[in-house]
Design a binder for this molecule. Structure first.
Ligand SMILES: NC(=O)c1ccc[n+]([C@@H]2O[C@H](COP(=O)([O-])OP(=O)(O)OC[C@H]3O[C@@H](n4cnc5c(N)ncnc54)[C@H](OP(=O)(O)O)[C@@H]3O)[C@@H](O)[C@H]2O)c1
Length: 252
């Protein structure tokens, strides 16, 4: 069983904690958040420690007393720099879902990867990553097809979905081809439409609830555990699995 420490217990972290606790492959050992002021009120179960760790030294002492095999990060970009050196020293696995890493943060994450297995993924659901992989493949097969991307989210979301932009970038489609609809309480809907002369292909992903982030983190942990030290994206892990299924050599 892989022992996990979860960093961040906000909207996403709470859902992820639920999934990790229910998954027999993992033991969720503790949760770190920025403020652990009232742990009794917020911990998902009374025997699950909740802690605030504000420095590298805090992290070192905590990990000495509460060792784990992996960290799953749903907090903020700054956390990486607080636990990074302890992760490096101990060779812990890292699944980081932080969407807003700067180039400097990502460079730092890459340096950790020489001593640890590090996954950084701004999109951590299995479904979206599968959609991106399928869209990339179809674009390769049919570069002549017209492509449009439609994203739908809750009324208050102001910006164009980062995931839609990532899809556009991956399949080399100009962002002008993204249509954004804002409607009620939609959690997240992405659709890539391929228009052929005599047929249409629609790739659709709909997020139902935040526990999908937990399923993605659990998938990533399981795959990462079978990898060597290095820096991985979610796409790398999925491709590794696909190649295994197809009997293709990993290095090819
Ligand atoms: N990759 C994906 O698909 C995906 C999906 C969802 C979310 N995310 C990312 O996950 C992160 C959290 O999102 P959210 O919606 O859950 O945000 P949120 O509700 O604001 O929660 C943030 C959590 O992180 C904790 N935190 C912040 N800085 C910390 C630090 N230095 N050390 C420890 N804990 C810290 C906060 O602690 P307090 O509770 O004490 O304030 C809080 O529990 C964001 O970066 C978001 O981009 C990614």
């Amino acid at each position: 069983m892989i022992k996990v420490g979860l960093v961040g217990f906000g909207k996403a972290g709470q859902a992820v904690a639920q999934v990790l606790q229910e998954d027999p492959r993992y033991e969720l050992c503790w949760i770190a958040r920025r403020s652990a002021a009232d742990p009794a009120k917020t911990a998902p179960s009374p025997d699950l420690p909740m802690v605030a760790l504000a420095s590298n030294e805090d992290w070192g002492q905590w990990l000495d007393a509460h060792p784990v095999d992996a960290l799953v990060d749903f907090s903020s970009p700054e956390s990486l720099h607080l636990y990074g050196e302890q992760l490096r020293r101990r060779g812990l696995m890292l699944v980081s879902a932080i969407s807003a890493y700067s180039a400097v943060d990502l460079d730092y994450a890459h340096t950790l990867a020489s001593h640890a297995r590090v996954l950084c993924s701004p999109n951590i659901t299995v479904g979206i990553n599968f959609l991106i992989m399928a869209a990339r493949l179809l674009r390769k097969i049919a570069p002549f097809a017209d492509v449009e991307i439609v994203e739908q989210h809750f009324r208050e979301k102001p910006e164009v979905s980062g995931t839609a932009r990532k899809i556009a970038q991956t399949i080399a489609v100009n962002e002008d081809h993204i249509t954004s609809l804002r409607l009620g309480g939609i959690v997240g809907h992405h659709e890539v439409i391929f228009g052929f002369p005599y047929q249409t292909v629609r790739l659709i992903h709909s997020a139902i609830e935040r526990r999908a982030f937990g399923t993605g983190a659990a998938f990533a942990l399981n795959e990462l555990a079978q990898c060597e030290n290095g820096f991985y994206t979610f796409d790398d892990l999925m491709m590794r699995m696909v190649k295994k299924e197809l009997g293709v050599n990993h290095s090819s």
